[in-house]
Design a protein around this ligand. Structure first.
Ligand code: COA
Length: 183
């Protein structure tokens, strides 16, 4: 049996797309651990807007400034992936109280399946405690500006995917809406 890498951790998620909330958590976890694997989930019950390749590419681009962070994909159980990587710490972010019940269930299920894999929780920065990927997707889909919620590279990808309205800053948009109304 291979030895566990005690200075490494895994931060898993669907990352559809990666937000500033994820980024904040990854940057902080990367300061705690020597090596952090950001693991993008392949088989999620969700129906992602971005393909697996797009989510990997966006995560790699947004995290390229962090030399000890690698981005990988995984399918199946997260604990199996962790064992395959010889990593025994799963990092999770806690945003609001409502996360707690879900996270508690997930951590205990993972522990029942793999007692050697520990879940470690970090509190999300207050500024991002309300954020989720689906909120960001909804804002983009409805023509809102997503630049304040996601890294620039993700904002650009949302714009390409969901049209130019997603790229327009609010002030500019209001002005163009006024001009359109005046015509
Ligand atoms: N900042 C901003 N948003 C955050 C966040 C943060 N710090 N942390 C989480 N979120 C968002 C996510 O983007 C996600 O948004 P969405 O639901 O609108 O898409 C939401 O909060 C929930 O996040 P999370 O609980 O991490 O879900 P996920 O789908 O991103 O990842 C897996 C869940 C993939 C880690 C989990 O399902 C898994 O381990 N799957 C593998 C199968 C397995 O092992 N199952 C048994 C586990 S009990």
């Amino acid at each position: 049996m291979k030895r566990q890498d005690k200075r490494a951790a895994i931060y898993a998620g669907t990352f559809d797309p990666l937000t500033l909330g994820h980024l904040d958590l990854i940057e902080r976890a990367a300061q705690i651990f020597d090596r952090l694997i950001v693991a993008v989930a392949e088989h999620s019950r969700k129906n992602p807007l971005f393909t697996m390749d797009e989510r990997l590419e966006l995560a790699r681009a947004a995290l390229q400034h962090l030399p000890n962070v690698e981005v990988d994909r995984f399918a199946g159980l997260l604990v199996d992936y962790a064992r395959a990587k010889n990593v025994h710490v799963l990092v999770r972010g806690l945003r609001v109280f409502s996360d707690f019940e879900f996270e508690f269930k997930m951590a205990l299920t993972n522990r029942a399946m793999a007692p050697d894999v520990e879940t470690l929780f970090l509190m999300t920065k207050e500024d991002y405690s309300f954020l989720s990927s689906s909120t960001v997707r909804e804002v983009a889909e409805l023509g809102g500006h997503t630049g304040q919620f996601v890294p620039p590279v993700v904002h650009a990808a949302l714009t390409r995917k969901l049209g130019p309205a997603a790229a327009q800053p609010p002030a500019q948009k209001r002005r163009s809406q006024r001009l359109a109304a005046d015509e």
